[in-house]
Ligand binder design. Structure first.
Ligand SMILES: Cc1cc2nc3c(=O)[nH]c(=O)nc-3n(C[C@H](O)[C@H](O)[C@H](O)COP(=O)(O)O)c2cc1C
Length: 177
């Protein structure tokens, strides 16, 4: 099923059809443990940014499924792929990263259509993860994905339910010029 999800996700649009995403499936328990260590350190560090009630709430949030997820998938983006011949990224080179993010979103939808859950972990140091997984330093980390069947389902985001941040209408406003 994972192969099928990935095949379809990789049909995502990309700048110049460059398909800059580079995928690493992390099976090694040693490498998973090293990623988990980095997550713990980064999460501990992030907690220091909050005080009082907010710090208490933050400490209770589950911000990664690294321990539980059967599939760990690291998604990198090639910083200068041959494919696409530079089309569309002369003035906005960051389009490569956005293309990789499009692929992640496609993967997410393909997974959810099969009742599979995806958690995107960003509380990591990209360079450290790249070193753990022994990939080129020219491949920035875009996403570290925890993939598996969720234990529970809910229509409201967990961060809303736990009082961190509710959905708001701000992003739905359209400015007319
Ligand atoms: C760019 C991006 C980064 C994210 N980083 C994290 C993260 O570090 N930790 C976390 O718990 N959720 C993070 N999330 C949110 C979750 O991955 C996701 O919304 C959550 O697992 C719930 O899954 P669902 O949206 O399918 O219900 C991130 C989401 C995005 C889009």
């Amino acid at each position: 099923m994972l192969a099928d999800i990935l095949d379809r996700a990789c049909l995502a649009p990309s700048v110049g059809n460059s398909q800059p995403w580079r995928l690493v499936r992390v099976n090694s328990m040693d490498k998973r443990a090293a990623v988990m260590e980095n997550f713990k350190a980064c999460n501990h560090d992030a907690l220091q940014d909050y005080d009082g009630e907010q710090a208490k709430t933050y400490a209770q949030l589950k911000l990664a499924g690294l321990q539980e997820a059967p599939v760990h998938l690291a998604v990198f983006s090639d910083g200068d792929p041959e494919q696409g011949h530079g089309l569309g990224r002369k003035t906005m080179p960051e389009m490569l990263y956005y293309s990789t993010a499009c692929m992640v979103m496609s993967l997410w939808l393909q997974a959810r259509a099969r009742e599979v859950g995806v958690g995107w972990v960003s509380i990591l140091e990209p360079k450290v993860v790249g070193d753990i997984l022994e990939v080129s330093s020219e491949w920035p980390l875009i996403a570290y994905l925890c993939i598996g069947y969720p234990q529970t389902q809910d229509n409201a985001p967990e961060l809303e339910r736990l009082g961190w941040q509710a959905r708001s209408s701000e992003g739905r406003k359209v400015i007319i010029r």
